[in-house]
Design a protein around this ligand. Structure first.
Ligand SMILES: *Cc1c(COP(=O)(O)O)cnc(C)c1O
Length: 346
């Protein structure tokens, strides 16, 4: 893979915006900062935030065992994904490959950036059609998106299939690990040294319980990270979110504990759902949700809604006919769900 050939021409040629805090880092003590036209009176938030989120990245670097230079942060992983499109895909020319059923944002971002999506559906069992993917690659293919554990199916994609694609594609492979903390297998972060074309995204929105602060993480080679840093909005993670995210990392044990509960609840709920007459199949899950095939998804979705329980109806997604997706809740919430489900007529 030659990274230089993958970067968009305008991105290669442009120079990054140089913010006041780029030129002089706010860490510097005993300096009088009169460079950024801020209000000088202290409100805790009168200063622009660190554009490179150094304190937060130091903390993330420790728990993820990866140097800071391999991390870029975004306003949710959705922003990270958008940055990847804008850095590497030439509008109206380039293509990406996705594997439906999967996360809807890849398609939306491709459309927004005027990039053609080539869809290679997962096989039965929601695993990668490796031959299909490899033969769908053209000289226009810049990105392949792999979501593992996959949303909405919940399963991990086979590691050998993922490595096979990484090894046979000279563009970039994005592995979306939004749900990796709920899985039995560990992150692809440890593979970054072996695959220079690998980009991994994770998020504060799921296991880390902070969807509201919008912080997404991206791990890749230093050179890829440098390209993303060049084009990202300078202050894309606001001070409130940086402070809160740092607090989250400092309380990491709390979330590890919650993930344990969610995982054991997932097994409990799955077992109970399997006993329900109108639920035909509960797909195995390595995430914090369960995909179920039911007798009539639209009917059951409506019945649950009448009982004020909102689930996700995925019946229109490929391979997901009559499927509902249930997020695993607290033990109490799950009991409410199960009681309600058992009360619905068969
Ligand atoms: C929820 C989810 C995300 C998270 O996106 P954020 O913008 O970080 O909240 C990313 N990818 C997948 C597959 C998801 O389901």
């Amino acid at each position: 893979m030659i990274l230089d050939n993958l970067i968009r021409k305008n991105v290669k040629n442009m120079s990054a915006y140089s913010s006041a805090r780029d030129e002089f880092n706010a860490d510097k003590q005993n300096y009088l900062f009169l460079d950024a036209n801020e209000n000088p009176f202290d409100s805790d938030y009168n200063r622009y935030p660190d554009p490179y989120q150094n304190a937060l990245k130091d903390a993330i670097s420790k728990i993820k065992q990866i140097p800071k230079q391999n991390i870029v942060l975004g306003n949710g992983s959705d922003e990270v994904l958008d940055l990847i499109f804008r850095a590497f895909c030439e509008p109206k020319e380039d293509e990406i490959i996705t594997m439906p059923p999967t996360y809807g944002m890849y398609d939306v971002l491709a459309n927004l950036n005027d990039i053609k999506t080539v869809q290679v559906p997962l096989k039965e069992g929601f695993q990668i059609d490796v031959q299909g993917v490899l033969s769908a690659i053209t000289d226009k293919t810049k990105l392949i998106f792999i979501c593992s554990p996959n949303n909405p199916s919940g399963n991990l994609l086979q590691i050998n299939d993922v490595k096979n694609i990484l090894g046979h594609f000279s563009g970039l492979v994005v592995i979306d690990e939004a749900y990796i903390d709920f899985a039995t297998s560990s992150s692809f972060i440890s593979e970054l040294n072996d695959f220079p074309n690998l980009i991994i995204t994770q998020t504060f929105s799921k296991a880390l319980a902070h969807a509201g602060i919008r912080v997404g993480m991206c791990f890749a080679s230093e050179r890829i990270i440098a390209v993303l840093n060049k084009i990202k909005p300078p202050y894309n993670i606001n001070q409130l979110s940086q402070t809160k995210a740092l607090e989250v990392i400092q309380n990491f044990d709390t979330y590890i504990f919650q993930v344990q509960i969610i995982k054991s609840e997932r097994e409990l709920v799955a077992n109970e759902l399997k006993k329900v007459s109108w639920i035909q199949h509960v797909f195995p899950s390595e995430s914090n949700f369960l995909l179920c095939r039911v007798d009539n998804a639209n009917l059951r979705y409506g019945q649950l809604l009448e009982k004020k329980i909102v689930v996700r109806n995925r019946t229109n997604q490929p391979l997901c006919e009559n499927c509902l997706r249930f997020t695993v809740g607290t033990p109490e919430q799950n009991q409410t769900l199960l009681n309600t489900i058992k009360d619905l007529n068969s």
